[in-house]
Design a protein around this ligand. Structure first.
Ligand code: KG4
Ligand code: ZN
Length: 352
């Protein structure tokens, strides 16, 4: 089966064609991502209205381009998958309405995909041997969660952030150091030239029995370190990245222990997804952690970690293979948690 995927929830406009075979294995036939870098650069962050307009300008020709690139037509598609949330609502509506229009015009089924489910299942597109259930660390610009992925649509959230997402912490550190946006890759590059022990920084919640993440205090400490004028930028970047990784490893270890001790079905792997999963230092640390629990680490290639439409087409394909489709009046959702039963966390700024 062939599925067209459309993604417009943040500042990347993306379209892709993916295939799922009878054995449930996936393949990417074409995959295009256009990041709205120039549009938002003057503002140092994503401006929702500008994002929505930029998506609207490029999505239709982009769909034509990915179909042509795959040597296929809209008629060849078995289903159209578009992200229906969560995200910046104007952008989500652009992609979802585009998907609906294509589905209607070509008389194809529509599948509204949860962006987070796209990230959560993308490792199965990259690695056909990855079986349910697995423990997922989902780290992006908007989200920082640990989830038990038990099956399609069956997610249990074990941890989330009580303030900032991990990617947000990278982006803010980049801004403090004047590295521009998006900051993650720039911080990682600069960190290679610095000493991770040079700047003393806090590790919020490390050692705590509470399962969640917190990065706001780390960000403030980075700001103070920069303002002090005592440290080289590369040392700040390296020390920040090390502190952030220490937090992630400690929280993920707690989650792995709680799953191991719960008597629940054993996890097949530790999986990391979302934009920050592109970070090589984080991957290395997670690999060591996973090995300590007798698990392998599965991390999709970088271009499947940051926002893309192949993951949306793939989640749509997994859904379609099980017979799920959505009506044409499916609403766009700014918030859409993967685990609707997860208990709220303390404090404000709860991420969906
Ligand atoms: O998944 P994604 O593309 O968009 C969201 O759904 O949020 O994630 C983008 C985030 C940004 O915060 C970006 O700075 C971060 O992922 N990121 C990285 C790296 N590459 C992207 N963070 C750290 N190291 C990287 N190499
Ligand atoms: Zn994302």
């Amino acid at each position: 089966m062939l599925v067209l995927g459309i993604e417009t929830t943040c500042d990347e406009t993306a379209a892709a064609v993916v295939r799922i075979d009878a054995a449930g294995h996936g393949a990417i036939l074409s995959n295009v991502v256009r990041a709205q870098l120039d549009e938002h650069a003057p503002y140092g962050g994503v401006v929702p209205e500008i994002a929505a307009r930029a998506h609207a300008e490029v999505i239709a020709p982009m769909v034509g381009a990915v179909l042509a690139d795959a040597g296929l037509t809209l008629e060849d598609m078995d289903a159209i998958a578009a992200t229906a949330g969560p995200g910046l609502i104007g952008g989500v509506m652009v992609g979802l309405v585009t998907g609906k229009a294509l589905a209607m015009a070509a008389d194809k089924p529509l599948i509204g995909v949860n962006h987070l489910e796209g990230h959560a299942l993308s490792p199965r597109l990259a690695d056909p041997d990855l079986a349910y259930p697995y423990l997922l660390l989902l780290v992006s610009g908007g989200h920082c969660q640990i989830l038990e992925v038990r099956g399609l649509g069956d997610y249990r959230r074990l941890a989330t952030t009580i303030d900032d997402a991990l990617g947000e912490a990278f982006d803010k550190t980049a801004k403090i150091l004047g590295l521009g946006y998006p900051g993650g890759p720039a911080v990682e590059r600069l960190a290679r030239e610095g000493d991770p022990r040079a700047v003393p920084l806090p590790r919020p919640l490390v050692g705590s029995g509470e399962p969640h993440f917190s990065f706001a205090g780390l960000k403030s400490a980075v700001m103070r370190a920069k303002d002090s004028g005592l440290h080289a930028d590369a040392d700040i970047a390296a020390s920040f990245q090390q502190a952030a990784i220490d937090c992630v490893i400690d929280r993920t270890r707690l989650a792995l222990e709680s799953v191991r001790d719960s008597g629940a079905e054993g996890m097949s792997a530790l999986v990391v997804a979302g934009g920050v999963a592109a970070n090589a230092a984080l991957r290395g640390a997670l690999e060591t952690l996973a090995a300590g629990f007798g698990l392998r680490l599965v991390a999709p290639p970088g271009k499947l970690c940051t926002d893309n439409a192949a993951m949306i087409g793939w989640a749509g394909a997994e859904r379609f293979a099980l017979g799920y489709t959505d009506p044409l009046d499916l609403p766009a959702r700014p918030r859409w948690p993967l685990d609707a039963n997860a208990a709220p966390v303390r404090g404000a700024g709860v991420k969906a």
